[in-house]
Write a protein that binds this ligand. Sequence first.
Ligand code: NIG
Ligand code: FE
Length: 410
Amino acid sequence: MQKIIGPFYQLLTMANLPERGALQDEQLEIIANAGIVVEGGKIKDLGSWESLKTAYPDAEREEIDEPMVLLPGFVDTHTHICSAGNRATDYAMRLAGKSYLEIAEAGGGIWHTVTATRSASLEELTEATIERAKVQLSEGVTTCEVKSGYGLTVESELKMLRAIQNANKALPIDLVGTCLAAHMKPKDFEGTASEYLQLMADELLPKVWKEGLACRVDAFVEQSAFSVEETLPYLQKAKELGFDITVHGDQFTPGGSQLAIDLEAISTDHLEASTDKEVEALAKSNVTAVALPGATIGLGDRFTPARAILDKGGKLAIATDWNPGSAPMGKLLLPASILGAFEHLTMAETLAGLTIRAAAALNVSSRVGSLEEGKLADFIAFPFKDFRNIIYRQGAVLPKKVWKRGEMVL
Ligand code: NIG
Ligand code: FE
């Protein structure tokens, strides 16, 4: 069954853009008075509304009766939306002057969420993930990465990944699981960090791979978590098993981004502490740098040097990092437009960072990220005549309609 949806005042394809480096708004492909043809959940065609009506006379019509801008659904390539508990206490401590690392050392931080997540049942975790994924859909996110990393035992990490899988089945959003057993060494593990990672590599990763619970492995390389030396063999093992690699790198101290480059990871995320040296190296590599402005705002930290990464020719995506500790806000467009304001990103750079370049960071760009024939019919419409208002309103205006695989879900 074919369906034509439209007309849209503007349609941004986000296709045919360079995959790296700076972008000007003029490079965006914009079709005026456009329609889009959907068949079997995928994009069959797109073009001017009048020409599509002639070319597909028998197709069902879904008519849009107000001026709207259509663009691909957002891809959020870094979240921790599967978790239990609340970290308002950490937030209050930070406002009162304690740092993220000091709170972590004092037993708060990630460990606090691990305790709550271990106690939660599979059903409770599934429900919590569904509730947050619904918020993501309302923000226009149609593909969303979700990490484990608050279980930190073989069984609790599996429970988290199963909750993510269950939530994926329950909602019209694609949730992409990532195993983050290397989030920190659990405080109740009797052994070294390397021994903990060895255990996860031997007993967790093969199960995760075999059961298809995740196709990505992440590690937090930081003073409060794992060193480069400890992480390297673990991620090498993950790579041998077939996982895509991503690294929480350079959040407070540089180091993780170079490991990501050495391992030919698909992305490295955070980079608030990256210096010119790390920016240069990243820009020469194939690793996508993922800025997480929600964590910058949540921690009152520096922004990722996004402008420098793009000017040097790097790949840049933008994600929420929605998590109970450093990025509790749970919004995408608001922090992304604030990052754009502080880092002087063009609207094209921000929008590409939320769509096609984010899809590359998640290794899903053959399916989503742009509006092109053969890709999933995942798209979102904002109630504007001019796409520039999406960024101009700094996240205050959310999509009015969201389609997933061609079905209107919002
Ligand atoms: O991406 N940096 C490490 N992990 C998360 C924070 C997780 C937490 O504090 O619960 C992040 O910011
Ligand atoms: Fe994170």
